[in-house]
Design a protein around this ligand. Sequence first.
Ligand code: ATP
Ligand code: TZP
Ligand code: MG
Ligand code: MG
Length: 268
Amino acid sequence: MNTKQIAEIFGKVKQQNPLVHNITNVVVTNFTANGLYALGASPVMAYAKEEVADMAKIAGALVLNIGTLTHEEVEAMMIAGKSANENNVPVIFDPVGAGATPYRTETARRIVEELSISIIRGNAAEIANVIGEKWSIKGVDAGEGTGNSLELAQRAAKKLNTTVVITGKDDVVTDGKTTFVVHNGHSILTKVTGTGCLLSSVVGAFAAVETDRVSAAVAALAAYGVAAEIAAERTAAEGPGSFQIEFLNQLSKVSSEEISKFANVEKQ
Ligand code: ATP
Ligand code: TZP
Ligand code: MG
Ligand code: MG
């Protein structure tokens, strides 16, 4: 996986304009839809249990996010996930806040047990709690952990038999055999709500056009991180409000050349 391959996968998202079906949280819905449009994908949010199976089967990827979960929404996620699995549509799971309350933790575990998840993306605390390890979490934000994210991601990939993405200052991608660390991004991303959730949906857009899960996730993280770096530089004198808008601009404007040049990816 080199920076040229990353830029190629990014180019395929723009060319193929994949439909990404999101069952996500009420905080980030609009930002997620706008971020996917900016990137060149087509977002759709569909939640009714009467229609989710039909929507998931025509999508390029299904993204499940438990940020503001309700009983009805979880049932819809199960129906959508089973339809996606039957129709070979990749399922991306963001276990927002797993570990914060027993209901979230139990639901996250039920999703990984009952569905075939292609890629799970969360902060270190969320991934640790999904696999039954202790890692403190403050609401939806990663707390202080005792462990090493890279080793945690590798343990989770083996235990869940899936591709795991743990984000933070550095991002780890692993399927348990092949591991990459992506160093792109900017700390101001933690001051804008939904930047993790949007990233999970962006991973969905990349997984829709690239069947190798690790390559799709690495390319998504690098492109997203480079766009954030450019946006942060351009709004350095302002704050998170200006950054949020400029980040959407850069998800749309960032070029394959910039991604090749600035992607900072390390194979372990
Ligand atoms: P949390 O709620 O713990 O912030 P999250 O679900 O919002 O988790 P993040 O881990 O914040 O997700 O990841 C979202 C994006 O922000 C990723 O692209 C990640 O690389 C980037 N990011 C997070 N923290 C930093 C940081 N300190 N420096 C650079 N990039 C960061
Ligand atoms: N509360 C429930 S979901 C949510 C909040 C604040 C959004 C979390 O977004 P992210 O991308 O995980 O920071
Ligand atoms: Mg965040
Ligand atoms: Mg999150």
